[in-house]
Design a protein around this ligand. Structure first.
Ligand code: PEP
Ligand code: CO
Length: 463
C-alpha cells in the first residue's frame, strides 16, 4: 500500500542545493588525489556512464521503508563491511545472496511480515578510517580507504589514490548488480526451490534441523495456497535493493542525475545511500550532499549523539517528514545502548518525526584482541539487538530493521555463536581486510534469535 507524505508541499527540491554544493562545505574522510586533471577526467567519464539503478526502483524502496516504519514489513540490510574488487566473483556474490535469502526466509516465516532486503553491495567500496595515514616500521603512507580509492598493500604505489579506481568501482558494481538481478530474475529466489540457496557447509551446521523445518513449513504453505488458487507466480520473485555508505562524494556526485517525468535529483549509483557515523556533521559535506537527493537515506547514530543534535540533522535531511525518507540506524554497542538510546527515541517520537528505526549491532561492538586482531563477540551483538527490541518496546517506538555485516563464506571473524568460535578459531579463516563479519551460521542464528525475541515481546511491540 502506498503511503502519502504528510505534507506533500514540504517534500520538494531543497533550496540552495546542487549535486556539487557539498564542495562548499568541510568534507572529512576524502582522499587527496595527486593529479587533479586525472580526477576530473575520470569523473567526466563516470558522468557519461549509464546509472546502476533507476528512479522508480529508488521510489519503490522508499515506499517499502515507509511500510517498515509503520510496522508492516521488516528491513534486513546486510553484506560486507567493504567489498573488494577481487571479491567480485560468482561464488562470493551468490553465497552472500544465499545467506541473505535464507535469513529473510527465517524472518518472513517467524515475524509473519514481508521483509525488504537490502544488500551492502554493488558499491560498498569506500571506507572511513580513524587516521589519514598509517605508519609501519618508520614508514608513513596514506591509509587504505577502500578499493574505490587505493589498494590495501603497504606500498607507496598501492596507497596512492588513483581516480581510475572510480571507474573500476562503477563497473564492478554494475557486474555485481547484473549477476544479482539475473539470478533473481532466473528463479534463484523462487520459494519452491529454497534448496538453491543451500551453501555447501550448511549440512554440517547445528542449526540445520531448525532451518529445514522452517523451509518445509513454508513449502507446505506454498503448496496449500497453490492447491486453492493455482500457481502463485509472484512467489518466484523477490526484490533486492542495494546500499552503500555515501562516503566518497565525488563518486556520488557523478552518479547524481535528473530523470524524465520526475522532479529533483536521484543518486543512481545505489538505491539506499547511508551517512556513516564519522561523516554525520550537521554542517559538513555529507549531510549537504544527501539532503538534496530523493533517495531514501540512512543515518548512522552512535554513542554521544545528543537528542537536540539528532533533531537538527533530521530537519536538514527530511524537512517534509516524508515517510520512508529517513532510516536511523543506531549502533551504540551492547554496553551503551541502555544509556544512550531511550532519550533519542523520546526526542524523535515527541517531535512527531516519521523515521524507520534500525539496529546495527555490529559497529558498537568491535574490539581488538591482545594480538591486535579485530573481532566482535556474538554474545554482544545479540545483547545489543535484544536490548534494542526491549528499549523500543518500553518507549512505544518500533524497531523496524537490522543492519548487519555478514558473508556467505565460512569465515571465522566473530567469536561465539552456535559453534562457539574461540580466539584460536579466528586464525583459521579470518579474511576481512576491515571489520569482522558474521559467517553463514552466525547470520542464520541471529535471524532465528530476532524471531524469538520479537515473539517474547508480543503485544509490547508498538502497533
Ligand atoms: C560501516 O557501516 O561499515 C561503518 C563504518 O559504520 P559506522 O559509520 O556506523 O561506524
Ligand atoms: Co564496518
Amino acid at each position: 500500500m502506498a503511503v502519502e507524505p504528510r505534507n506533500l508541499s514540504a517534500v520538494r527540491e531543497p533550496r540552495d542545493w546542487a549535486p556539487a554544493s557539498w564542495q562548499q562545505k568541510p568534507s572529512v574522510q576524502q582522499p587527496s588525489y595527486p593529479d587533479a586533471q586525472a580526477l576530473s577526467d575520470a569523473l567526466a567519464q563516470l558522468r557519461q556512464l549509464p546509472p546502476l539503478v533507476t528512479s522508480w526502483e529508488v521510489l519503490a524502496l522508499k515506499r517499502k521503508l515507509a511500510e517498515a516504519a509503520a510496522g508492516r514489513c521488516f528491513l534486513l540490510q546486510g553484506g560486507d563491511c567493504a567489498e573488494s574488487f577481487a571479491d567480485c566473483t560468482s561464488p562470493l556474490i551468490s553465497n552472500r545472496l544465499k545467506v541473505l535469502l535464507q535469513m529473510s526466509l527465517v524472518l518472513v516465516h517467524g515475524l509473519k511480515l514481508p521483509v525488504v532486503r537490502v544488500g551492502r553491495f554493488a558499491g560498498q567500496y569506500a571506507k572511513p578510517r580513524s587516521a589519514d595515514t598509517e605508519t609501519r616500521a618508520g614508514e608513513t603512507l596514506p591509509c587504505y580507504r577502500g578499493d574505490i580509492v587505493n589498494a590495501p598493500e603497504f606500498e607507496a604505489r598501492a596507497r596512492q589514490p588513483d581516480p581510475q579506481r572510480l571507474l573500476l568501482a562503477h563497473s564492478r558494481s554494475a557486474l555485481t548488480m547484473n549477476f544479482v538481478r539475473s539470478l533473481i530474475d532466473g528463479g534463484f529466489a523462487d520459494l519452491h526451490h529454497p534448496e538453491y540457496w543451500d551453501l555447501a557447509w550448511v549440512e554440517h551446521s547445528p542449526l540445520q534441523g531448525e532451518y529445514r523445518r522452517m523451509v518445509d513449513a513454508i513449502g507446505d504453505s506454498v503448496r496449500f495456497m497453490e492447491t486453492l488458487a493455482g500457481p502463485i507466480g509472484s512467489f518466484g520473485k523477490v526484490d533486492f535493493y542495494t546500499s552503500h555508505e555515501a562516503l566518497l562524494l565525488h563518486y556520488e556526485e557523478a552518479a547524481t542525475r535528473q530523470v524524465p517525468r520526475q522532479w529533483g535529483w536521484f543518486n543512481l549509483a545505489t538505491h539506499f545511500p547511508w551517512i556513516g557515523m564519522r561523516t554525520a556533521q550537521l554542517d559538513g559535506a555529507h549531510i549537504e550532499y544527501c539532503r538534496g537527493i530523493r533517495n531514501p537515506i540512512g543515518l548512522k547514530v552512535g554513542p554521544g549523539v545528543k537528542p537536540d543534535a539528532l533533531l537538527r540533522t533530521i530537519d536538514a535531511l527530511d524537512p517534509g517528514n516524508e515517510p520512508g525518507r529517513l532510516t536511523l540506524i543506531h549502533r551504540m554497542g551492547a554496553g551503551r545502548i541502555g544509556a544512550e538510546l531511550p532519550a533519542l527515541l523520546q526526542a524523535v517520537k515527541g517531535n512527531g518525526r516519521n523515521v524507520l528505526w534500525c539496529c546495527d549491532p555490529m559497529h558498537g561492538n568491535t574490539e581488538a584482541l591482545a594480538n591486535g586482531v579485530k573481532t566482535r563477540r556474538f554474545a554482544n551483538i545479540r545483547a545489543e539487538l535484544d536490548a534494542a527490541f526491549d528499549i523500543h518496546a518500553a518507549q512505544g517506538t518500533r524497531l523496524g530493521g537490522v543492519h548487519l555485516e555478514l558473508t556467505g563464506e565460512n569465515v571465522t571473524e566473530c567469536l561465539g555463536g552456535a559453534r562457539d568460535l574461540t580466539e584460536t578459531d579466528l586464525a583459521r579463516a579470518y579474511r576481512s581486510t576491515v571489520d569482522p563479519r558474521l559467517n553463514y551460521e552466525q547470520s542464520i542464528e541471529l535471524a532465528m534469535l530476532i524471531v524469538r525475541k520479537r515473539g517474547t515481546l508480543g503485544g509490547a511491540v508498538a502497533p
